[in-house]
Write a protein that binds this ligand. Structure first.
Ligand code: GAR
Length: 185
């Protein structure tokens, strides 16, 4: 299974998926990594592992340009890992039911940006992370897996996000395993 990972940030979820592929826990390989930020850590992380990368500037034809690139590279599964923009019709249509996203909350609670801050501000005592199929909405789409993360009284946004990210890495690997086995059954 040829997997593409798309992000905007540091790339810790990419790294978790790459390690799982490398260890044979995921029956696939990360064949392409793309970002909408030229200096995103995710691109550096991928380059250090000799994975082909590309930069796609934000813009109204972003989804079309990305879809074209992914199709050229025979990508079969797309994992969004911190991509901070909404994926639109050309990409959704090119990969029906084959685009996953990780989000740092227990969806449908706290969609959108900095979901861990939203959970802290709402004085929740737990939050978590969700892997879901991507549809045309923002952080909507059928849920594949979630993991709960407790919120501690002395949590800062940074400490909470770091704890959620540990859960994200487990949940994303498990979700990709599950999706690939359902696609190849
Ligand atoms: C992750 O926490 C991910 O859940 C979040 O961006 C971070 C990327 O981290 N995504 C969203 O908020 C999407 N709405 P990473 O670059 O280290 O994988």
């Amino acid at each position: 299974m040829r997997i593409a990972v798309l992000g905007s940030g540091a790339g810790s979820n990419f790294l978790a998926l790459w390690k799982a592929c490398h260890a044979g826990k995921i029956a696939g390989e990360i064949s392409l990594v793309g970002a909408d930020q030229q200096n995103a850590g995710i691109l550096e992380q991928a380059e250090a592992r000799n994975i082909p990368t590309f930069f796609a500037k934000k813009g109204k034809d972003f989804s079309e340009r990305v879809a074209q690139r992914l199709l050229e590279e025979n990508i079969e599964l797309v994992c969004l890992a911190g991509l901070m923009q909404i994926v639109k019709a050309p990409l959704l249509g090119a990969f029906p039911n084959r685009i996953l996203n990780i989000h740092p909350s227990l969806l449908p609670k706290f969609p959108g940006k900095e979901a861990w801050k939203q959970a802290l501000e709402a004085r929740e005592d737990e939050t978590g992370c969700t892997v879901h199929y991507v549809d045309a909405g923002m952080d909507t789409g059928e849920i594949i897996l979630q993991e709960r993360v407790p919120i501690k009284t002395d949590d800062t946004p940074e400490s909470l996000h770091a704890r959620i990210q540990e859960a994200e890495h487990r949940v994303y690997v498990e979700s990709v395993r599950t999706v690939i086995s359902s696609l190849t059954d």
